[in-house]
Write a protein that binds this ligand. Sequence first.
Ligand code: BGC
Length: 365
Amino acid sequence: MLQGKKPITCLNMGFFGLLALLFLVVTGCAMNRGSDVRIGVAMPTREFQRWNQDGANLERLLRQDGYLVDLEYADNDPQLQISQIRQMITEGCKVIVIASVDTGALGEVLYEAKAKGCKIISYDRLIMNTDIVDYYATFDNLGVGIMMAEYLEEKLGLAEGKGPYHIEFFAGGPDDSNAIFLWEGSMEVLRPYMENGQLVTKSGENDLKSCAIDHWSVEKSHARMKKILQEHYSDGTRLDAVLCASDSVAFGALQALREAGYSPEAGNMPLITGQDAEKRIVKAIMSGEQSMSIFKDTRLLAAQVASMVNAIVAGREPETNDIGNYDNGVKILPTFLMRPELIDLENYREVLFGSGYYSDSDFEE
Ligand code: BGC
């Protein structure tokens, strides 16, 4: 026991002691808050369920990992997204995760990111025509198109030579590289049946340019389907299938079909594809209006990207599983590719409820 020494208290520790205590408190607080590394997350729009989930999932996971997170939505406006990214760079973001509005329009701002040593992860949508993008994480978009087309091939019995059937195509937004991959995937399967006459597009519109729906918009899809039904199917011609590139596009097409008297009860619903397993489309699957959707578990994509961010910040190489296939026109991107899953009336409960993606309460009115 040390004799003659007073216990150290704030009263007798002196000015430098107090200063040291203050330093400990301040740095201690900073450590509790986690690191001061800032990460940007640039999402395209709040309009569709999935991007809200993607943004929220990423924000939560990155915060849990101790980062400061700048999450922004661009209202489908490429210029707004560029200014949001510029702001993230100015604020010192170390990594920016981008799901771009226009996958070919980011060019310039990425140079500014590079100059500041900021790394870019292309999220879900492939950023095109630039070497200033470091990693890519997505679902297999070519695969999504193939799955949709194979579904129609099977349900219509095309491989057995059945037909001719009437089909219409509703593609994604022309400025989104995913729309192109998906289109190519679906055409790989369906083109032979279009060429041999088993599939007939009465509107005459069967190339990506004429079938593209700007920003995958519900309203634009609705308007196009309404016009096609009026001009080509109001004489009673049966519409057998509609290849819709997403649930948003399918939702618009469904509205027009309902308005024109199509319903499961009337027995005249065409087969309709979609992707995203949006709640409103799962409801339509339950009611027999929509045939299928593609489930892309956004929770897993966000988790994969959060771990990419951790690796980059720690100076490690992020995990990728596809190193040769995603060429953005300038660079082949190291990619983490995830597997999408088809859902329909038969398996939606098992896949969506079984995985905890939805629960019954999500569908109570
Ligand atoms: C995504 C789809 C989504 C679409 C519209 C695409 O880039 O891959 O999941 O449906 O954008 O938001």
